[in-house]
Design a binder for this molecule. Structure first.
Ligand code: NDP
Length: 253
C-alpha cells in the first residue's frame, strides 16, 4: 500500500549523518529492514539502536566504499543477516571544492574514489540482488544521490565535484538500459542545498563560509525531506519509475 515498505530489504550508504541517516531512519519507519553503511561505526550503531528502539529493523555495518575488501565484507554481513537486498541507496559522497589551480590531487582523488568508484562498487555488489528481486516480480530499486552540481551552475571552484556528480547522473541514465528491461528501477536524485555535514569537510575557509552564507539567504532542505523523496519513489507500483528528481530550496538559484 501507499508508502509501505514492509518486506523490503535496504542498504543505505553514507548513513552516519545527513541525507543517508535520515533516509535509513525513514525507510525503517516505513517497515523496511535497513543496513546502514559508513565508516564511523559508533555513529551507525547509535542510529541503528535508535531505529530498533522505535520498533524498526536496522543493522550497522562499517563500510568504506573506497575499499574493495571493506565492501566485500560489508555485503557478506548484510547477506548473512538479511539475505538479498532489493533497495539500494547510493548516497555516500564527499564535496571538496577548491580552485583548480591549487591542483589538490588528493581531494580530486577522494571525490572520484568516493563519489564515482564507490558508487560503482556498491552497484556491482548488489546488481545481482536487484535483478533477482525483479525477476521474482518484486520491486527493486537503485537510488543514486547525485547533485544539482552535476549541471553547469554558478558554483565556482566546484568543477571536480560537479564532474563526479555528472558521472553519477549519466551513469544512472545509461544503467537504465540494463536494469529497466529487467524490472529494476533506477532513480537519480539531484538535491540542492541540504542540511548535513557535507560542507564541514571543506578545506577552504572562504568556500565553507560561502556555503553558510548561501544557506542563510536561500534556506536549505532538511535531510528528512530528501528521505521523504526516497520513500516516495521506492514505494510506487513497480512499473512506475520516477527517473530523475531535481529538488532544491525554492529560493536557490
Ligand atoms: P554528509 O557529509 O552529512 O553525509 C555523507 C555520508 O557519507 C556520511 O555518512 C559519511 O560517513 C559517508 N561517507 C563518506 N565517505 C565515505 C566512504 N568512503 N565510505 C562510506 N561512507 C562514506 O553529507 P550529505 O548527507 O549532504 O551527503 C549525502 C549525499 O548527498 C552526498 O553524495 C552528497 O554529495 C549529496 N548531496 C548533498 C547536498 C547537500 O547540500 N548537502 C546537495 C547535493 C548532493 P562516514 O564519514 O562515517 O563514512
Amino acid at each position: 500500500s501507499y508508502e509501505n515498505l514492509a518486506g523490503r530489504t535496504a542498504v543505505v550508504t553514507g548513513a552516519a549523518s545527513g541525507i543517508g541517516e535520515a533516509t535509513a531512519v525513514l525507510l525503517a519507519e516505513r517497515g523496511a529492514r535497513v543496513a546502514l553503511f559508513a565508516r564511523r561505526g559508533e555513529r551507525l550503531e547509535a542510529i541503528a539502536e535508535k531505529i530498533r528502539a522505535d520498533g524498526g529493523q536496522a543493522l550497522a555495518v562499517v563500510a568504506d566504499v573506497t575499499d574493495d575488501a571493506s565492501v566485500v565484507a560489508a555485503v557478506e554481513r548484510v547477506h548473512t543477516a538479511y539475505g538479498a537486498v532489493d533497495l539500494v541507496v547510493n548516497n555516500a559522497g564527499v564535496m571538496l571544492p577548491n580552485p583548480i589551480a591549487d591542483a589538490r590531487v588528493d581531494e580530486w582523488q577522494r571525490m572520484i574514489d568516493t563519489n564515482v568508484t564507490g558508487v560503482l562498487r556498491i552497484i556491482g555488489a548488489f546488481a545481482g540482488d536487484l535483478n533477482a528481486a525483479a525477476e521474482q516480480g518484486r520491486r527493486a530499486d537503485l537510488v543514486n544521490v547525485s547533485s544539482i552540481g552535476a549541471h553547469v551552475t554558478g558554483f565556482t571552484d566546484y568543477a571536480v565535484y560537479g564532474a563526479t556528480k555528472a558521472a553519477v547522473t549519466h551513469l544512472s541514465a545509461l544503467l537504465r538500459n540494463e536494469f529497466g528491461p529487467r524490472g529494476v528501477r533506477v532513480t537519480n536524485i539531484e538535491p540542492g542545498l541540504t542540511e548535513s555535514e557535507l560542507a564541514t569537510h571543506i578545506d577552504n575557509d572562504g568556500l565553507r563560509e560561502q556555503i553558510g552564507g548561501l544557506v542563510e539567504t536561500t534556506g536549505s532542505l532538511a535531510a528528512a525531506e530528501l528521505a521523504d523523496l526516497v520513500v516516495y519513489v521506492t514505494s510506487r507500483p513497480r512499473h512506475v519509475n520516477l527517473r530523475q528528481v531535481v529538488v532544491l530550496p525554492t529560493a536557490q538559484v
